[in-house]
Design a protein around this ligand. Sequence first.
Ligand SMILES: Nc1ncnc2c1ncn2[C@@H]1O[C@H](COP(=O)(O)OP(=O)(O)OP(=O)(O)O)[C@@H](O)[C@H]1O
Ligand SMILES: [Mg+2]
Length: 310
Amino acid sequence: MLRFSLASSSQAASPQSLAPSPDMQFLDSLNPEQRDAVLHINGPLLILAGAGSGKTRVITSRIAYLVGDGHAQPHEVLAVTFTNKAAEEMRARVASLLGSEVSGMWVSTFHALCARLLRREAPRDRPVARLRDIRFVRSAVVVKQALKQLQIDDSFIQPRAALSRISSAKNRMEAPQAMADAAGGNHRDAQIAKVYTHYLNTLKESNALDFDDLLLKTVDLFEQSERVRSKYSQQFRYVMVDEYQDTNRPQYLLIPPPRRSAPQPLRRGRPGSIDLQVARRGSPEHPRFRGRISGKRPSSSSSETTDRRR
Ligand SMILES: Nc1ncnc2c1ncn2[C@@H]1O[C@H](COP(=O)(O)OP(=O)(O)OP(=O)(O)O)[C@@H](O)[C@H]1O
Ligand SMILES: [Mg+2]
């Protein structure tokens, strides 16, 4: 995988694309490194750059270039970010670069992406077909019920604290038993593991999902359905992830591994092939992320970056 900076002209990689058509004037407003990153559309790319150095600008310009210059149909582009505000901004920036709204692109948060995929695909796949009838719950209400039924005083375990522990465990894809095992002799932690078990049972019995389940059920959907896996790995020819360093485990599992020059088999549970990951340099303490960017993967080239604009 190619690693890339936004402001290091000496080692910048060369673009591997055709020359853009003349109406792609927005490319002129990019600095040389940003422009190279935008025009690099064949093969994966990891951008590591500092805050405010134009990382999101590269993603939005790349989407506009891909669609506006005819390299991809809108529905072949998937761009994911973390907040609704960021996703809205991304859509607006692309529209402003192209001079009009483009419909059919998949530009959204991870959660909105998952909700959309589940709505479209789950009813047709038997193992997760019940999702059609699913309802959403307010997690805080379920946790309070669990504490009450387990007769745990909420001054001993505050609902908010329990919920936060449960959500973190879910996002690490850790089962209640693992939490109980990790509790050792700690009574409070052992009780939280019980609340977690109760919480999951309540959701299951009432065929309900919480917010975290959106991600987890989508991971399941991709793991269980070859049809869904292959459909989206073909559809999403260009996948871009902003703030990649912030991905949790299920989000990470939903993002396909970088496409390298030699064809690689798709890993289980991954919907497609990634092309561009954008991360804030220096911020991550994320072990998986560290592994991915520290050169352990083969065929990486890298360059350092400084945080400056031109
Ligand atoms: N080459 C450029 N010319 C002019 N303005 C630029 C350029 N690159 C970035 N900017 C501007 O700098 C600001 C920050 O850009 P952007 O949001 O893309 O950076 P970022 O690296 O994604 O920031 P963050 O770390 O906050 O996510 C924006 O207002 C953007 O328009
Ligand atoms: Mg940004």
